[in-house]
Design a protein around this ligand. Structure first.
Ligand code: LLP
Length: 452
């Protein structure tokens, strides 16, 4: 692990501390010398913006690999598989990067399965398939691809799975995704482990369902899975959920049902605010809680981290179009908008914003907003920002997870390009969309005889 390098790469919000930080940093971005431009590893974001235009997503492959390594090391003492949650960032190049280092994948749609198959077909056998509404066609495709396990979220879904397995003459490995009724201490939109949520099967019914599935020729009770939410900062809720799973495992064993895997889900959070977050300590604390709760289970542990692996590796680089005043407020208008990064608008999420090339002068309190016609189109409100002028670049930090993956074409805006930085090399992994890309489905419909 290159912790020394990580320690140097430290960014404070509001004011920039360009000296070596004394605390472990969690971001791969740094200013190489005072008054230099922000870099991702050895590559200047200014040069990338010049080459590929803005808004631009830039990811550090080195940090993604490092984060996967942290997970793999923390669980090295037991049989485990890290199944990266594709939804966090589904760029093919990132899937390939992870697959090449042994990762499996957690998918929630047929589309995500196609991404995995396109990036790393050999990883199909390391795929777990979660999600509350799988179609028969999606199930068929996953059965044919030979995925590791279906995380089943309801009894009717289990019946559908059995029917499809029988039809295709392929036994389906399943895990029940149980709902442990544990509060995840996170934003209500991304909390999933309470009985009132749509996710999973009430853990009190799981035993009965496993017993009845034991009679089916086409189903193999392979595991149990649990996922209680996302951006969870404390290890305690994970421990609490897995203790309930552990109790279920013991009940199942008494009935002669021995499961091969426990899927602990994803959800480990990061620090979107300061730079004092110690990723190494966080994973270790998480692993300790998971291992403690699953003491006595010697099957395979599956883990589904998404955000933790990719969030801090990514930034959204935007150019400032205008700086305008309305009454008492100053608005910094960027060429990126809520369609490119919706987290602030959707969850009131905080993303640090720093100038790519800092200017001298005092920080001012501003709103950073995009050009979309909605008041909700903001990245920051009443935020202290270093002085900036139209034409300057800013970096929205910690945007590697649920950034591009949740982007849209709202306001007929073209989605950004994406660049992956590996050491001193940067490569385009997704070109910027063109207007032709956007209009194609409608033009095609017209060409087929319908009229505008
Ligand atoms: N496994 C399952 C079954 C999930 O539903 C999720 C995330 C994960 C794993 C990965 O969770 P992570 O490790 O990334 O926390 N768009 C929201 C986050 C939604 C999370 C949905 N499920 C955001 O931007 O904060």
């Amino acid at each position: 692990m290159k912790y020394d390098r990580l320690r140097e790469a430290h960014i404070f919000s509001g004011s920039l501390n360009l000296t070596k930080a004394s605390i472990a940093s969690s971001r791969p971005f740094h200013y190489p010398q005072p008054l230099g431009a922000l870099h991702c590893g050895k590559v200047s974001l200014e040069s990338l913006a010049g080459r590929f235009g803005t808004p631009l997503y830039v990811y550090s492959a080195d940090q993604i690999v490092e984060r996967l390594g942290l997970f793999q090391q923390a669980f090295a003492g037991r049989d485990h598989l890290v199944c990266y949650a594709v939804k966090a960032n589904s760029a093919l190049a990132i899937l390939k990067l992870l697959a090449d280092r042994g990762a499996g994948f957690d998918i929630v749609s047929g589309g995500e399965l196609e991404r995995v198959l396109a990036a790393a077909p050999e990883a199909a056998e390391r795929v777990v398939y979660s999600g509350v509404g799988k179609t028969a066609a999606e199930i068929d495709r996953a059965l044919t691809a030979g995925i590791l396990e279906f995380n089943v979220e309801s009894e009717p879904e289990l019946e559908l799975l059995a029917a499809r397995a029988q039809k295709l003459k392929r036994k389906a490995r399943f895990a029940l995704r149980v709902n442990p009724d544990v509060f995840a201490e996170t934003h209500p939109y991304i909390s999933t482990g309470l009985r009132e949520h749509k996710f999973g099967i009430d853990i009190r019914h799981a035993l009965r369902i496993y017993k009845s599935a034991a009679g089916s020729r086409w189903l193999e009770a392979h595991g149990v899975s649990v996922h209680i939410g996302s951006q969870i900062r404390s290890a305690d809720p994970f421990g609490a959920a897995l203790q309930r799973v552990s109790k279920l495992l013991r009940q199942l064993e008494r009935e002669g049902i021995v499961l091969k895997s426990v899927d602990a889900g994803g959800g480990l959070g990061i620090d979107y605010h300061g730079g004092s977050f110690d990723a190494v300590a966080k994973v270790q604390e998480y692993a300790a809680a998971v291992n403690r709760a699953l003491d006595g289970f010697d099957g395979r542990l599956l883990l589904e981290p998404g955000r933790f692996l990719v969030a801090q590796a990514g930034t959204l680089v935007a150019r400032i179009l205008q700086v305008k005043r309305n009454g008492k407020k100053t608005f910094v208008i960027t060429d990126a908008a809520m369609n490119d990064l919706i987290r602030p608008a959707l969850y009131q999420a905080h993303h640090e914003i720093v100038p790519v090339r800092p200017r001298a002068g005092r920080a001012r309190t501003v709103d950073v907003v995009g050009p979309v016609c909605e008041t909700g189109d903001f990245f920051a409100r009443d935020r202290k920002l270093q002085p900036v002028l139209p034409g300057d670049l800013v970096a929205l930090l910690d945007a590697g997870a649920y950034g591009m993956a949740q982007s849209s074409n709202y306001n007929t805006r073209l989605r950004p390009a994406e660049v992956l930085v590996e050491g001193a090399k940067a490569r385009l992994i997704r070109r910027r969309e063109t207007i032709a890309d956007l209009l194609a489905p409608e033009i095609a419909a017209v060409a087929n005889g319908t009229s505008l």
